[in-house]
Design a protein around this ligand. Structure first.
Ligand SMILES: [Zn+2]
Length: 344
């Protein structure tokens, strides 16, 4: 099996020859390539080059492109800050008043903001690897998280807590879903084998499971329907932190894959998703910076032992790895899949 076939087998619940590895290493790749995020965030060639260099150094089975969580919000009018060694982040919101939700701009995916860079990077990655490696491109944020970045999480939480302006809240979520799906569509056309969303703001670490059910679940489910059935590409959802409180409902979104953080009870999630949703994760990113090779090796072996012999598993970090992650420990992670993850 080549790397693409290995990942595709894991995603489709067929038996791969071994557990595939796809890290969330954009920050580290940029740092190792010596690229500044200020320039690189706007430059598809630099993004792709950093990820290709990292893939060739560590021999990953796939690449997940998605260096920051600000790209759609910024294109829609929120203010981003640029830093040399950290990805761009949102510091000001497009929407001051929810009554102005209808005035949010119609974003041009090709011309506004920096989406062109991720589209270009996806094209370069596909050209470089064809069908030999699995390319996942992040269509930035899911509806709830994008809404939080457009209006401010504190203000959005207040509206939900006080039950105010809910009609406008749903209009904002609709706007966000539409923008996310349009970006996903273009990334598919650019050559991505899977598209993904980050939806950190809707997780139990930030809002209660009741709010997730009321204000996020339907939008995630509709993203799955529109992207998987509508445009015909597998879709993944990443929620940071501990997701245990939504394991009864999250799998009902129907997404092909979940990117799972190390704080989540992987056994509970595996039980809720067995045979349906592939899991990508979930090593502690802190350990990949400051741990020892023995610790990483043991954590990988225990994780692989639990997830095998079933398919539906890709070994990865639980979240975006720090730029300062250890090269030695990343090698250990990749080697562990070869040592412990061979299917009989
Ligand atoms: Zn995360």
């Amino acid at each position: 099996m080549n790397c693409f076939e290995r990942c595709a087998a894991a995603v489709n619940w067929e038996k791969p020859d071994r557990v595939p590895v796809i890290p969330q290493n954009n920050d580290m790749a940029m740092q190792e390539a010596g690229y500044s995020f200020i320039e690189g965030s706007h430059n598809g060639e630099m993004l792709a080059d950093a990820l290709i260099k990292a893939q060739k150094k560590y021999n990953f089975d796939g690449i997940m492109l998605g260096p920051d969580a600000a790209i759609l919000a910024e294109a829609a009018g929120s203010e981003a800050v640029y830093r040399e060694t950290d990805p761009p982040a949102i510091i000001g919101h497009a929407l001051e008043n929810l009554d102005d939700v209808d005035k949010l701009k119609t974003v041009d995916i090709y011309k506004d903001g920096r989406m062109h860079a991720w589209i270009k990077a996806t094209k370069i990655l596909k050209k470089e690897y064809g069908n030999s490696l699995f390319i996942i491109s992040r269509a930035d944020q899911g509806a709830f998280s994008l809404a939080a970045l457009l209006y401010g999480m504190d203000k959005l939480s207040m509206e939900l807590a006080l039950n105010t302006n809910l009609e406008q809240v749903h209009k904002l979520l609709e706007y966000s879903l539409n923008l996310h799906v349009r970006f996903a569509t273009v990334l598919k056309e650019a050559g991505a084998d899977m598209v993904t969303c980050g939806d950190a703001y809707c997780g139990p670490s930030l809002i209660g499971p009741d709010y997730y059910k009321q204000y996020s679940f339907d939008y995630e489910k509709r993203a799955v329907e529109q992207i998987e059935k509508g445009i015909g590409i597998p879709y993944s959802i990443h929620i940071c932190g501990n997701t245990d409180a939504i394991h009864d409902i999250w799998p009902e979104t129907g997404a092909t894959l979940f990117e799972v953080d190390h704080l989540t009870d992987i056994k509970s999630l595996r039980k809720a998703t067995m045979g349906k949703t592939t899991i990508l994760g979930n090593l502690d990113t802190e350990m990949l910076c400051n741990g020892t090779s023995d610790e990483v090796d043991t954590a990988c072996r225990e994780l692989i032992d639990f997830m095998m012999p079933d398919s539906g598993f890709i070994l990865s970090s639980g979240c975006s790895m720090s730029g300062n992650s250890s090269p030695e420990l990343l090698h250990t992670l990749v080697e562990s899949a070869k040592k412990y993850g061979v299917y009989k």
